[in-house]
Design a protein around this ligand. Structure first.
Ligand SMILES: Cc1cc2nc3c(=O)[nH]c(=O)nc-3n(C[C@H](O)[C@H](O)[C@H](O)COP(=O)(O)O)c2cc1C
Length: 455
């Protein structure tokens, strides 16, 4: 029986790589070592579905982390997110092993074409019977640009301008087939109604794409849209398009403020703020006793190497951290060049310094360690208390659970925390339906709904 009322939306944060977002995770003695084959991902998908997670979601980066020292060697030697397989292919494998779990993948609006992304996710949506989601990102660094024949990454706001037009083109493609276009009358030989299939004929500043998309609509209309913009421009973009918005909060107070700002951005875009779920990234260390949970937390924290942080900071911020001493401050000009606006703002805020040093970026961001996100630690009851405080305090509508080890982090959460949250009526007892939209409580979009039409 499904739980009534507002309940937590739960997302498993996955990486199609040798480790989670924390490189120390591959060094964990209990971590799976078969991530280069389907068994690992099938196992993770089943664990998430048993825990009734709404969504499994892969991040992505279109290059190795090689900005640090302008070389990939440190990343490769230390296994710092150097494997990056294509997420959509793995989602198809996971789809075959599950029936209710949502399947989300990251694709870039800066390096792909709208037709390609529209077709890929529409196909995944059909093959998973309406469980697909696309995390819309604008990408982060010059290494990604270099893999796509460009010399440098696009400037921040320009990336979002391009992304807005990209979205209009993708939505236009997804509107190609009306829901009742297919007739499939073998006797008369009439396959579909030509008047119910439309070409978008998009001609804009960045893209020209004609259509129609040769993929009809799925059970949920079209894939769910995920976004994670946190800067002013990023928030506007998320407010316009995101149906599920991922965030990083340094603490509960900042979270409440950001949550309100994001909901306001959704309202400003003319959409219903209650229809958009906001979910911060978090770690969970749960065990039978709080001492055991603290031990777990300390153990995983100790798996991080100092090089993990500087390699991953260089990658995310598109700046070579090897080019500066640990205690030298970033100049105003250097800060302006950093690729990830919200990330930089967080370090400035937490350090209390307008010009943080390299050391400040390492310690206040927690990048490359399990200190990067809030870490809910304790017994099942203590972890549930913390999550309840965030959820009921209107800092979020759900959580993006980051693994400190695959698949143990998800197993622990499903086995120990989910039953406690269910007892409190905060977590659904079962999936509400077959499609991701049904499970997230999102409406099935009608043709043209994104333009403010009927849905
Ligand atoms: C939970 C989470 C996951 C993200 N995953 C990716 C990703 O897979 N690929 C990527 O290029 N950016 C990713 N980002 C970065 C965002 O897409 C975005 O670039 C970033 O939040 C900067 O936006 P801003 O400049 O508006 O602050 C992620 C951000 C968050 C909070």
């Amino acid at each position: 029986m499904a739980t009534k009322g507002r309940t937590i939306k739960m997302v498993g944060f996955l990486q199609a790589q040798n480790c989670s977002i924390a490189p120390g995770s591959w060094r964990h003695p209990a971590a799976s070592t078969d991530y280069l084959g389907p068994d690992h991902f099938t196992r993770v998908a089943r664990v998430l579905e048993e825990g009734k997670f709404h969504l499994a979601f892969f991040d992505d980066r279109l290059a190795m982390p090689d900005i640090y020292g302008r070389d990939h060697r440190a990343a490769v030697e230390n296994g710092i997110r150097v494997v990056k397989m294509d997420p959509a292919t793995i989602l198809a494998v996971m789809s075959a092993a599950t029936t209710r779990l949502g399947l989300g993948g990251t694709y870039s609006t800066t390096y792909y074409e709208p037709f390609h992304v529209a077709r890929l996710f529409a196909t995944l949506d059909l093959m998973s019977r309406g469980r697909a989601a696309w995390n819309v990102v604008t990408s982060l660094n010059d290494s990604e640009a270099a893999n796509f024949g460009r010399t440098e990454h696009l400037a921040h706001d320009l990336r979002y301008d391009r992304a807005d037009e990209f979205m209009e083109a993708v939505m236009g493609h997804w509107d190609s087939w009306e829901d009742d276009a297919i007739i499939l009358d073998k006797e008369s030989g009439r396959f579909a109604d030509g008047d119910k299939v439309h070409a978008l004929k998009h001609e804009g500043k960045f893209f020209r794409t004609h259509g129609p998309l040769p993929v009809p609509r799925s059970a949920q209309g079209h894939p769910v849209l995920i976004q994670a913009g946190q800067s002013g421009r990023g928030r506007r973009f998320a407010g316009r398009w995101g149906e599920l918005i991922f965030v990083v909060y340094p603490n509960l107070a900042a979270g409440k403020k950001q949550y309100a700002e994001l909901k306001a951005a959704v309202a400003e875009a003319g959409r219903d703020p209650d229809s958009v779920a906001v979910a911060p990234a978090c770690y969970v260390n749960v065990a039978e006793t709080s001492a055991q949970a603290e031990d777990k937390r300390a153990f995983t924290e100790a798996l991080a190497k100092p090089v993990d942080a500087v390699v991953l900071l260089s990658e995310a911020l598109n700046f070579d951290f090897a080019s500066k001493d640990m205690d030298s401050e970033f100049t105003d000009e250097e800060l302006k060049r950093l690729s990830w606006g919200g990330f930089k703002d967080r370090v400035v805020q937490l350090s209390g310094k307008p010009n943080p040093t390299v050391r400040d970026f390492v310690s206040f961001s927690g990048r490359g360690t399990t200190r990067e996100f809030p870490n809910f630690t304790g017994t099942p009851k203590q972890v549930a208390d913390q999550m309840e405080e965030w959820f009921e305090g209107r800092a979020c509508d759900g959580f993006v659970l980051v693994a400190s080890q695959y698949p143990g982090s998800f197993e622990d959460f499903s086995r120990l925390v989910v039953p406690e949250l269910q007892r409190r009526g905060l977590y659904h007892r079962d999936y509400a339906g077959a499609t991701l939209r049904e499970n997230l409580g999102l409406p099935r979009p009608g043709i043209g709904a994104w333009k403010g039409g009927n849905s």
